[in-house]
Design a protein around this ligand. Structure first.
Ligand code: URA
Length: 204
């Protein structure tokens, strides 16, 4: 397989039995979700945030403590860095769409479990299909593995451009991983500069 043609799952593969007409309908379909045990410990389900017609979509891992309390993705320290990265290329969070692999916080921010990912990602696939972004940026290992259908580590993949289901996909480090690592932070700013060029070239 060519390096940029991955057998990923963007809006394909796992689809809902009944496709939703828009994000509001999808959110209503998810409802007060009790489909996995994360419902027992979450405060709020974090559906997503941003422009429902965004050309650029970010996919993180799962809500953390602040996101669980507010019901919005990336509102803690990692979110502040994400806002800085967006600003570095002339964007803010209202210009893009931000979602996560999981819509509920894992206790103590532990890693998502395979059954939680399997239960929750059909909703993410539907979100991607409805938003139909030209470019998807995956933040860290979990989002990248899911979208690209790969086991390769983010350190190998970051900053490269892949093509899945007609969309451009760029994996980058998770902002939380860069909070205390100046090297990773610099890679993130470098990758955002590349992202700006990709957006400009694709007219997105
Ligand atoms: N980390 C994530 O992956 N997602 C969030 O929404 C917040 C922190």
């Amino acid at each position: 397989m060519a390096a940029d043609e991955r057998g990923g799952v963007l809006g394909a593969g796992e689809t809902l039995a009944v496709a939703c007409q828009d994000l509001d309908a999808l959110s209503a379909h998810i409802g007060d979700c009790q489909r996995c045990d994360l419902a027992l410990t979450r405060t709020r389900l974090v559906f997503g945030f941003g422009d429902p017609h965004a050309k650029l979509m970010f996919i993180g891992e799962a809500p953390g403590k602040n996101e669980d309390l507010k019901g919005e993705p990336f509102v803690g320290a990692a979110g502040k860095l994400l806002d800085e990265l967006l600003a570095s290329v002339g964007l803010d969070r209202h210009d893009v769409y931000i979602a996560n692999v999981l819509k509920c916080r894992p206790p103590a921010n532990r890693n998502p479990k395979p059954d939680e990912i399997a239960t929750c990602t059909p909703f993410l696939a539907e979100q991607v299909a409805l938003i139909a972004p030209a470019v998807v940026v995956t933040l860290g290992n979990f989002a990248t593995r899911y979208i690209l259908g790969t086991d390769e580590a983010i350190t190998q993949l970051r900053g490269n451009l892949y093509h899945v289901d007609g969309r451009q996909v760029m994996p980058i480090f998770h902002p939380a991983a860069a909070l205390y690592s100046p090297d990773k932070k610099q890679y993130l700013f470098d990758d955002f500069a590349r992202l700006r060029a990709v957006l400009d070239e694709s007219g997105a």
